[in-house]
Design a protein around this ligand. Structure first.
Ligand code: PHE
Length: 350
């Protein structure tokens, strides 16, 4: 820098130029790491400052004081700018690095997910949508007509005792019930549309039941209803085997035992061969080789009459089962209450 004959003008001009550059670089800095680099570059051993300092001795004696003052002013200004910036960076909380890789996933982002019952419900609905079904829903508080009468349970009929109903006093002399099953949505759907009908109905249902390992006063069901010309029991058997196999992820065998529901005739309880022992008998299936899933049957002509369908023209099948039970079976969950206690240590396993 201090080539021969270098006068004070040259040195002060150099300092001024460097100062301007330094101040703008300091102002632009966004991290303390780069600020440290600038400190070294503009105040350090290899800085212009250092070189000018060393050139002082080559100057004429009368020129030295002025350059000396320029040197101190440079040093003070740069040091002050750096200190100010340091404080700012600290206040803004942390050190955003200059090298941010935007393609990296964020660290440790806690994320929720659907409750197992919702997952199971969506999976089953998906299976049925794949078979051409639509989704229908209905109210959780319904009338006696939809929950019972239109489904062929007349008032006082002993079959009502199968379902321990919670009645709601609406204060206007008409009874409402917390629906005991999703079957009222069969009626609501058929009232609204002409056949053919292919729907599944997921939903929450309520029974006057004491909580134990496998029963809860609030639980969820999936209902299915297919109505068309010439639907047979064969269609029902095939549909149930298909969705059970899809849900359990393997080819299951099915068993149908005669049963009774007022709204189906004939009626059956359906079961799948145990997916844990393949029918041999184990703890999950209580050594029977079968897991009971739900109820089903051919739609009773009286239900068709209640919704204005002609039982001479159409036929159909319906089925219904509990979602909690399906989830418990597939995931080896022992107590139904686990679904409602919202203990994340349980929920996050699924
Ligand atoms: N609704 C019946 C129940 O909750 C199940 C069922 C649905 C049976 C459809 C036959 C047909 O017990």
């Amino acid at each position: 820098v201090a080539s021969k004959g270098t006068g004070k003008e040259k040195l002060t001009a150099l300092l001024e130029k460097t100062e301007t550059k330094a101040l703008s670089a300091i102002a632009d800095t966004k991290s303390s790491a780069t600020l440290d680099e600038l400190k070294r570059e503009y105040l350090g051993k290899k800085s212009v400052l250092k070189q000018v300092n060393e050139s002082l001795k080559d100057l004429a004696t009368e020129e030295r004081p002025e350059v000396g003052r320029a040197i101190s002013s440079y040093r003070e200004k740069i040091a002050a700018a750096i200190a100010e910036k340091e404080e700012k960076l600290q206040k803004s909380g942390g050190e955003p690095s200059d090298i941010v890789d935007l393609t990296l996933p964020p660290r440790n982002q806690p994320r929720g997910h659907y409750h197992l019952i919702t997952q199971v419900e969506r999976e089953l609905v998906d299976i049925f949508v794949g078979l051409g079904y639509q989704v229908a829903e209905g109210p959780e508080v319904d009338t006696d007509w939809y929950n019972f009468e239109a489904l062929n349970f007349p008032p006082g009929h002993p079959a009502r005792d199968m379902q321990d109903t919670l009645y709601v006093n609406r204060g206007n002399g008409t009874d409402a019930v917390l629906r005991t099953h999703t079957s009222p949505v069969q009626v609501r759907t058929m009232e609204k549309q002409k056949p053919p009908v292919y729907v599944v109905v997921p939903g929450r249902v309520f029974r006057q039941e004491t909580l134990d390992a496998r029963h809860s006063p609030v639980f969820h069901q999936l209902e299915g209803l297919a109505v068309d010309e010439s639907i047979t029991m064969g269609d029902m058997f095939g549909t149930i085997k298909t969705f059970l196999s899809a849900f359990f992820g393997r080819d299951v065998r099915t068993r149908f035992l005669p049963s009774f529901f007022p709204f189906t005739e004939p009626s059956a309880e359906f079961a799948a061969s145990c997916v844990f022992c393949d029918g041999v008998g184990c703890n999950v299936c209580s050594k029977t080789g079968w897991i009971e899933v739900g109820g089903c049957g051919m739609v009773d002509p009286n239900v068709f009459l209640a919704v204005g369908y002609d039982p001479e023209v159409v036929s159909g099948f319906a089925f219904g089962f509990g979602l909690e039970r399906m989830a418990m079976l597939r995931h080896g969950i022992g107590t139904i209450a686990s679904f409602y206690q919202n203990d994340v240590r349980v929920l996050q396993q699924f």
